[in-house]
Design a protein. Sequence first.
Length: 269
Amino acid sequence: MGDTDFQLDSETEADIVERLRSEGCVFAEEETRLLAGEARSLKEIRGWVELRASGMPLEYVLGFTRFCGLRIELERGVFIPRPRTEFLVWQAKTFIRPDHNTMLDLCCGSGAVGAAVAAGVKAISLHAVDIDPVAVRCASRNLAKTGGHVCQGDLYDVLPHSLKGRVDLIVANPPYVPTDSVILLPREARLYEPEHALDGGKDGLDLHRRIAEKAVDWLVSGGHLLMESSEAQGAKTLDIFVEAGLHAKVVRDENLDATVVIGIKPSYK
């Protein structure tokens, strides 16, 4: 948090709001309050304002975001968790058991999903994976309180073989924007967030296939795979789950525009 002794005077605050609004920041007043709440000096907040005015996402300027009530530390170049992904967390929490949970967070990015699912859960062994070293460094900080293990690598390849067939819950928010649609994303995302965290391949589902394909090898009987998708892609993701040997369903939250596909490994797999 910023130094509580530092406060903006009303004239300076109004100037900052106008500066941000002139650069297209729709929530200029709220952003000004957030920046002022973290800044330690007028010089620092003015520097932040110029970064934000240049188009840098507010989360990168501040160095954190709020997700499921948690403060998630962020570095520039790490995927910024969206509010809709809180629906993935809520769904995952319904499968948490009181006695023991072994959980994987694949394509973990900042570690926000794993941290939120594990929050308040004492009996959990969490393993998070991302291919990006910057994301791994960021996730390691965010998951420190959970005792989670964060690995850099390609999905299941870097996990201990001892986990095979012993995982209760796999959560994943992989990239699912079709390659040709990446150019249509908001400017902030295109310019500042890593393309590999946005581009999901030709139809957006490359990582969905790869994660689902091997999920049955890692899950216990009755274990769950939960993956964020889009409303348009939900049915295709469900088909991918079924083809991988999972019983599956699609759940949706219209208010958040959030779609999650839930798969369960049947007892005979």
